[in-house]
Design a protein around this ligand. Structure first.
Ligand code: MTE
Ligand code: MO
Length: 410
């Protein structure tokens, strides 16, 4: 693959015959094959009650617990307003009365148990709030975002691009919570958090509860958040308190936080041991990498028409780009399936390394068929790969080819 020099740049702007070129650059790959797309359809039904306040037309409803944002909705603004943020619950969403039940207990408040520290403590939410607060903007993205592009139809929700959002959180740094509890042992290797969902008595918590561990290094940036984009956390997004682990996949951002533990071993709960493991086809188990750090990724959000038809002339190609654990530094855009690339410009505010950035490239398009692709790099010279990393459950897809958009310019 070459970068665009002055001669090929002219072709880039002028023609879509580059598609033939693209096909010769990537022999054996059908450039159109994987572009399953958000058909603009609305999915099954109405929004379930707990998220009835969201903007219905902006979502594809896969189920009551898996609600995806349409591709063209993200990237309208850098920060995703709450009413457009996707929802993913592994267990049915907590109900307000379950939260009230905790609040009506001994402590008269939502409580979080902190263990594995010198002085194990049960914090009331109100007391946590007094320890200090900070704001941080992060990309919240499900590990399975992009699963719908895998060829082997992995088990799970067929998310395309919309199990992701960029959100400003406000809460107390985990570091400050640890300090308030007298610190942790130097041997601590993991932080483990548990969601507050009530597990019915006939079910085994080990196989059902949401409990996740991350390497202890995450305490550098992690916060316990009570606000999302300036509003108190809603039920759907983890009221009244949620763990935020910047740079880590969605599943590590535990909603309705009830426990936080520091230990030498990671959790033995199923959702940590076996689930969310990036394993080869037909394999699973704790020996495979967990869905932790997110890789560099970008995708085009506009133009993105339901029927793929775009009027000719000046076209602004735009999208979102994230660097994973490091700042996103560059995005290149191709209009001919990856044969030629041109650097896009970042627009809008930079909210720091864990946020995504909006990018734009203006070009003139004559009638024809175009494959639009974007490819991001971060400050560690990690670049979005052309092909996804195949794995059984369809996690961590950051392939630029899979995320390409086919348009018909008329
Ligand atoms: N307690 C709890 N936390 C949870 C989950 C859950 O089901 N329960 N789902 C996880 C998953 S898989 C994702 S992708 C994100 C989704 O967050 P959102 O619903 O706020 O978008 O929350 C994570 N945290
Ligand atoms: Mo997820």
């Amino acid at each position: 693959m070459k970068n665009i020099n002055s001669t090929s740049r002219r072709n880039f702007i002028k023609n879509s015959a580059g598609l033939a070129l693209a096909a010769s650059v990537f022999p054996g790959i059908n450039l159109y094959a994987n572009h399953k797309k958000d058909d603009g359809g609305l999915g099954l039904s109405d929004l379930p009650d707990y998220v009835s306040w969201k903007d219905r037309p902006s979502f594809i409803i896969h189920s009551d617990n898996t609600i995806e944002t349409h591709r063209s909705v993200l990237g309208q603004t850098v920060i995703t307003p709450n009413k457009y943020v996707y929802v993913r619950n592994n267990l049915p969403s907590m109900k307000q009365d379950e939260i009230d039940y905790v609040k009506e207990g001994e402590f008269k408040d939502w409580i979080v148990r902190i263990s594995g520290v010198r002085s194990p403590t049960i914090f009331k939410l109100n007391d946590l709030k007094k320890l200090g607060s900070k704001k941080i903007v992060t990309v919240l993205q499900c590990s399975g975002n992009g699963r719908g592009f895998f060829g082997h139809a992995p088990r799970g929700t067929q998310w395309l691009t919309g199990a992701a959002a960029c959100v400003e959180w406000e809460g107390v740094p985990v570091k400050d919570v640890i300090n308030a509890c007298g610190g942790i042992s130097s041997k601590t290797k993991f932080m483990t958090s548990r969601g507050g969902e009530t597990i019915p008595a006939m079910l085994n918590p080990v196989t059902t509860a949401i409990e996740r561990s991350q390497p202890i290094s995450v305490v550098k940036h992690a916060i316990l958040a009570w606000k999302m984009n300036g509003e108190d956390l809603s039920l759907a997004h983890g009221a009244p308190l949620r763990l935020i682990v910047p740079g880590y996949f969605g599943i590590n951002n535990i909603k309705h936080l009830a426990r936080l533990d520091f230990s030498q071993k990671e959790s033995s709960y199923k959702i940590q041991r076996d689930s969310y493991r990036i394993s080869p086809h037909g394999k699973k188990g704790p020996q495979y990498p967990s869905c932790w750090e997110m890789p560099v990724k970008s995708w085009i959000t506009n133009p993105y028409a339901k029927d793929g038809v775009v009027p000719s002339g000046k076209v602004k190609i735009s999208g979102v780009a994230m660097g994973g654990m490091h700042d996103v530094t560059k995005v290149k855009v191709s209009i001919n399936g990856g044969a030629d690339w041109e650097t896009a410009k970042f627009v809008g505010k930079d909210y720091g390394r864990f946020a995504w950035r909006k990018f734009e490239l203006e070009t003139n398009l004559k009638p024809g068929k175009y494959i639009l692709s974007s490819k991001a790099s971060n400050s560690r010279w990690q670049t979005q790969p052309m092909e996804r990393m195949e794995n059984e459950r369809g996690y961590a897809n950051n392939s630029w080819l899979d995320h390409s958009v086919t348009i018909n310019v008329v």
